[in-house]
Design a binder for this molecule. Structure first.
Ligand code: GSH
Length: 225
């Protein structure tokens, strides 16, 4: 079975999990320390690009980089775009969505107190600018999503960052009705909705962020607790 190896955070493993779920591909989510049986600091130098997530496939190959992982899952799920122009458009959207990763994801997962508030204020303008780009792109076509009516890597990556932005500041999305509809369309997909309800909850954002895993609160991070 595929193994998605990551840490205790809601960030770059999220879009891969949404896409795996949507495609109905079985996978196991493994914490780095459980998978490798060692602390991340010791494992890090042995990983090709020294970061997670990785997707470990059946023959043991470790796929690094969330965009490569997403592309692999699209291929596996049979939803790859064959038209070269549309595929390039989708890649542009995926990369533009992934550019929302920092500082949004580290801030929501780790920042606390005044540092959280300062980071929130300093990223507001850039987030709104990228949100308006994404909303405009959605308006270019009649379809439900960016390219057509099928959600793929670009859509799930975009969804993840928009969804996470609500934990930073629930007001941010409010100026973008097209994005609110997009988020709802993704949330309404039955398999996705089940996943969203069952995934670890991220609580106490900005105070002392924790993930609730199997009923137990764990501080976010790269270390075993
Ligand atoms: N470009 C990479 C970035 C991966 C990345 O930033 N991973 C972080 C966690 S979100 C990580 O491994 N942090 C631990 C470290 O760098 O030692 C991707 O898209 O997968």
């Amino acid at each position: 079975m595929l193994k998605l190896v990551y840490f205790k955070m809601r960030a770059l493993a999220e879009a891969p999990q949404l896409l795996l779920t949507y495609c109905g591909v079985d996978y196991e989510y493994c914490m780095s320390w459980d998978h490798f049986g060692d602390a991340w600091a010791n494992v890090k130098p042995s990983i090709s690009f020294q970061q997670l997530p990785i997707l470990e496939v059946e023959d043991g190959t470790q796929i690094c980089q969330s965009v490569a992982i997403l592309q692999y899952i699209e291929n596996l799920g049979g939803i790859k775009i064959n038209d070269p122009v549309k595929a390039a458009e989708a890649m542009a959207i995926l990369q533009s969505a992934q550019e929302l990763f920092a500082p949004l994801n580290p801030t929501v997962n780790f920042a606390i107190g005044q540092n959280f508030k300062d980071k929130k204020d300093s990223m507001r303008t850039n987030l709104k600018s990228r949100f308006s780009d994404l909303a405009r792109y959605l308006d270019k076509h009649e379809g439900r999503y960016f390219i057509d009516n099928i959600p793929r890597a670009a859509e799930f990556a975009c969804f993840h960052h928009l969804d996470l932005s609500r934990l930073l500041d629930p007001e941010l999305l409010n100026g973008f009705p097209r994005l609110i509809k997009f988020v709802k369309d993704i949330e309404d997909i039955e398999s996705v909705s089940k996943y969203l309800k069952s995934r670890p909850k991220l609580v106490d954002v900005g105070i002392q962020p924790k993930l609730v895993i199997n009923g137990t609160e764990h501080p976010t991070g790269v270390n075993k607790t």
